[in-house]
Design a protein around this ligand. Sequence first.
Ligand code: HEM
Ligand SMILES: *[C@@H]1O[C@H](CO)[C@@H](O)[C@H](O)[C@H]1NC(C)=O
Ligand SMILES: *[C@@H]1O[C@H](CO)[C@@H](O)[C@H](O)[C@H]1NC(C)=O
Length: 327
Amino acid sequence: MSSTMPKAVAALLLTTFMLLLTTPPAAFCLSTDFYAQTCPRALTAVRAVVRGAVTKDRRMAASLIRLQFHDCFVRGCDASVLLDNTTTTVSEKGAVPNRRFTKTFRVIEDAKSTLERICPGVVSCADIIAVAARDASASVEGPSWDVELGRRDSDAAFASLAASDIPTPKDDLNTLIALFRKKGLNSREMVALSGAHTLGTAQCLAFRDRVYGNVTVVKDVIDPDFARKKRRMCPASGGDRLVQPLDPVTPTSFDNNYFKALMIRKGLLVTDQVLFSGGETDGVVDEYSKDEGKFKNEFAAAMVKMGSIEVMTGSDGQIRRTCSKAN
Ligand code: HEM
Ligand SMILES: *[C@@H]1O[C@H](CO)[C@@H](O)[C@H](O)[C@H]1NC(C)=O
Ligand SMILES: *[C@@H]1O[C@H](CO)[C@@H](O)[C@H](O)[C@H]1NC(C)=O
């Protein structure tokens, strides 16, 4: 081939190639070594804080993974979820899905104050959330992954989007698929990410209707014995804050028992069970229930992808000095 290619064409191709190499990209990208020069100790500092917090309370691992989801689904991964109310912005912290994060916010603030001591003004709160989610997973036998870095923080919160863009625990499968698609995630990635429910708990108010049969979606897709037991732990009225594990077998370890539970109709939330109730995602649940390694790999890849939703980079946004306040 090359011997028949005219010299002029070869030269043109070479020039084009060189131009591609030297032209700066239109937008900045995230990269795993973003802080290598500016804050080389950033990642180990975050890891130490996360490990300490998870050692003290293993459920913190669940909550830190969930925090990345609730940050990234609301106007991108910009730490908007961490901002408090001010005269100009309404905090996302008061939105229904975010009401159990009080201690979790403190862990991120801890990491931030350490980072402000060792390299002030350098590491964004949005990046801390992403690194903490990875370290949380790794600290409970979950997968690890290289975190892409370089996100910038927002100067505003988006409370109404926290109510509209984060799924509710009673959504049906099509709604879930649509909400994830809106963020660039396909149904397979949605199932993988839902596998985070291998950890942690849900409050009675989130699963009461399901265990009392007051649902239209997945109405009969519940193991009767499971439903009876959950009703004992969640009264028909009152007790909204009583919690039950999302993974009925191993709620403090990252494994595939969550998917096995779905296959025997023991999903706690409606949105858990819809993933295996005769719809298009049944096959994925089946695959993950049989192959924990596949689940973990695809979960890790989906977390990286979720971590890149609508990120601000370069000189957009800001690096907050305190995660709860815009500069
Ligand atoms: C598919 C749509 C999803 C819905 C409707 C949903 C809903 C919920 C609800 C209602 C709870 C219980 C919260 C409470 O009682 O205060 C919960 C807990 C949790 N969620 Fe999800 N979730 C979804 C997807 C995800 C994703 C994508 C992740 C992370 C990748 C995630 C991670 C978690 C974790 C780890 C917990 C336990 C938190 C704890 O124990 O503190 N969830 N979720
Ligand atoms: C912030 O203000 C809004 C509206 O005034 C209020 O509904 C909400 O509960 C407040 N959030 C927090 C976390 O205090
Ligand atoms: C059933 O669910 C609906 C909608 O979520 C709710 O308004 C109603 O109060 C529930 N009924 C009972 C008996 O819990």
